[in-house]
Design a protein around this ligand. Structure first.
Ligand code: GMT
Length: 377
């Protein structure tokens, strides 16, 4: 029997959607699918050779006559070329804007019956979707896809409300590779970073965009630090990085906050952490929460988007209102001062990742979506 061929387009740089697209590709490849990435760069998580994963780079032509290089058209063109040549069965795009629109254009350009699956990750709905000038185009991408999945119930509801989309959308949650995300003994890192034995370690991982509200992490940490010996690990980089450094200095926290920049092996850092903070004002899922829970780290997150679908309040962590840094600090202090409570939350989190977000379960859900479409052809 011929192998099912899946084309994948995602943002290949650091970011949850690129991580999910690539981890899904690797697991599908292990299950015998043939995968064709059609992207601007090799996805950053594709670190070694996988015999049935291929990479097709979108090439840009720089003509002086073009005021702006037409990336989206180059992508559609590459999609059409690869679908035709490789006889791709399914083109799975991550993000409606612009990837679903490019996929629809590519399909129009060829005679091969490829099916388009679009996965919504959030930003195209919650950030771009509020711009009226883009709404029609995003809706078009969603409505003309053969199947649409979203990474949380909340994102499905927001898509329906904001874009007035009526079609069915499947919720398929994010997942982590359990072989990578597990708690291990990385105690040497504590020593290397100068973290004392009695320091509690709090971690925040993000792209430091404004929506992540990193200043709230700092303000919460300030209060936590007044009650307990602690260090804050800040992992990632982005537009609010400088502002965050300034705030840390202003609040006199310089000695207790470690700016670690972009890091690849975050499971090692999570393994020395006691608490994960994700205090965003927009978050369709919060993959970093799952990564933390898989490493046994309880989480505090905000009551927005998909976060309450990941953290169970008072069981695997706490849910707080956006910006309420006093409440966040109160919960953190309570959790960090009780070993019994911490052990319970850590264990509950591990069980939740295993029972609700196991990679095996999630990959099967995507396989079912593909199988339904192939049967329909
Ligand atoms: O959070 C970001 O800024 C990055 C963005 C992305 O493209 O990776 O994350 C989105 O997709 C992730 C994977 O599904 C989700 O876990 C994030 O919650 C979502 N970000 C937002 O909704 C802001």
């Amino acid at each position: 029997m011929e192998r099912t061929k899946i084309g994948i387009t995602c943002y290949p740089t650091v970011g949850g959607s690129g991580v999910i697209a690539t981890e899904l590709a690797k697991l599908l490849a292990e299950r015998g699918y043939e995968i064709h990435f059609i992207t601007s760069n090799i996805p950053f998580r594709l670190k070694r050779i996988y015999p049935n994963i291929y990479y097709h780079e979108v090439e840009m032509t720089h003509y002086p006559v073009f005021q702006y290089p037409p990336y989206d058209l180059a992508l559609a063109n590459k999609m059409a070329e690869v679908i035709n040549r490789e006889k791709i069965d399914i083109l799975h795009v991550h993000y409606a804007m612009p990837h679903a629109i490019c996929a629809i254009l590519a399909k129009e350009m060829i005679n091969h019956d490829v099916k388009i699956v679009t996965t919504l990750h959030g930003t195209d709905i919650t950030v771009l979707g509020v711009d009226p000038s883009l709404q029609n185009m995003i809706r078009f991408g969603i409505e003309r896809s053969d199947r649409v999945t979203a990474v949380s119930e909340s994102l499905v509801n927001q898509t329906k409300d904001m874009l007035h989309v009526e079609r069915d959308m499947d919720v398929i949650y994010n997942f982590v590779d359990e072989r990578e995300y597990r708690r291990r003994d990385e105690s040497h890192l504590r020593e290397e970073y100068g973290i004392d034995e009695d320091d509690k370690v709090i971690i925040h991982i993000s792209n430091f965009r404004q929506v992540k509200r990193v200043p709230d992490v700092i303000q919460s940490f300030k209060t936590i630090r007044e009650h307990s010996k602690a260090k804050l690990l800040l992992v990632g980089d982005g537009p609010d990085y400088y502002k965050t450094c300034q705030l840390v200095n202003e609040l006199g926290l310089k000695d207790d906050v470690l700016f670690l920049g972009k890091q690849e092996n975050v499971s090692e850092l999570l393994s020395i952490s006691h608490l994960k903070l994700l205090l965003s004002e927009k978050e369709s899922f919060g993959l970093v929460l799952l990564e933390a829970m898989a490493c046994g780290v309880p989480c505090i997150g905000t009551n927005i988007g998909g976060i309450p679908e990941v953290i169970v309040h008072n069981e695997t962590g706490y849910i707080c209102e956006v910006g309420d840094t006093e409440e966040i600090a109160d919960y953190a202090i309570r959790l960090l001062s009780s070993n019994e409570q911490w052990d319970k939350f850590s264990k509950n989190g591990l069980e939740r990742v295993r029972d609700e977000f196991h990679s095996e379960t999630i990959v099967k859900q995507y396989e079912q979506v593909y199988a339904d479409l192939i049967v329909d052809r």
